[in-house]
Structures are given as C-alpha cells and as structure tokens.
Design a protein around this ligand. Sequence first.
Ligand SMILES: [Cu+2]
Length: 162
Amino acid sequence: MSVLLRVAGLCSALALLTVAFAPAAVAEEIRIHDPWVRWVPEVSERTAAYMRIEAPEGERKILIGVDSPQFDRAEIHESVDEDGRARMVHWSTLRIPAGGERVLEPGGYHIMLIGRLGDALEEGDVVELQMRFQSGEILMVDMPVSRDGVNGDDDHEHHHHH
Ligand SMILES: [Cu+2]
C-alpha cells in the first residue's frame, strides 16, 4: 500500500507538493523549491519550467521522467552556448547529488513543456508537473505561471510569512 504524504508550500505559499512513496518505506524527502512556469504569448505552444530540486543527505536522487496533463509532453532540457549559438540539449535523466541541489533556471537546466493542450496560460495559472524519480518517488508539483519568476529571495527556507 502506498503512503500519501501532503506537504504544503515548503517555501512559497503557491507551491503544493504531494509525495507518493511506492514502497511503504521511510524515504528521505526530495524537496522542490520555488517552481514556476514562464508565461508566453498565446501563439506559443511551448514554455519552460524552473525550480530548485534538493536531494536529502546521504542519498542522491535521479529524475527519470516528467509529465504534465496540460502539455503533450515534457522533457528535461539544458540550454547551452556553443560557439556563440544557443541550443538546447535533451537529457533523459537529471542527477541531484546527495545533500545537494540542482538549479533549473533560465539559461540553464529547465523542464521543457511542449504542445499546450488547453487554453493559453495566464499569469497566476497553475501548471501541474509530475516528476518521477528512480527511487520510485513521484512528486506532483504545482507551478505558478509568471513573467519573471518567483520573487528573488534567496533564503526562502528561512522566510516566514505573517
Ligand atoms: Cu528547452
């Protein structure tokens, strides 16, 4: 039987995270910080998602799949500069070092969302992303749509809302 654990907004009130552990074991948590999706004009059927993925101490995590019900498909990409030309590399997995984090940000790693299925996204809309890890963990992440990202407080974990 799987155990469902709901963790509400770790750092942002907008982030709601559901963690499903396939085996009924106590696994150390993967934490997702500040997820967001870039707003794009209606003509564009693709956009990108950004966040920080944090792996627990003592256990590296490997992201093996991403999917969104609002898009035809989702892919792990990295923007690279090759002789002054920007291009994107499609990765099949993304490794998060034990006790470390992987930053997905404009100009670097991102989740490419391809083939929007519904209406154009407005600022403040939420895109759902399913993230599957090699350990069996599946995270459902709610990512708000924004023009310029979540506000740039680098120390969100220690930021308290009153
Ligand atoms: Cu891309």
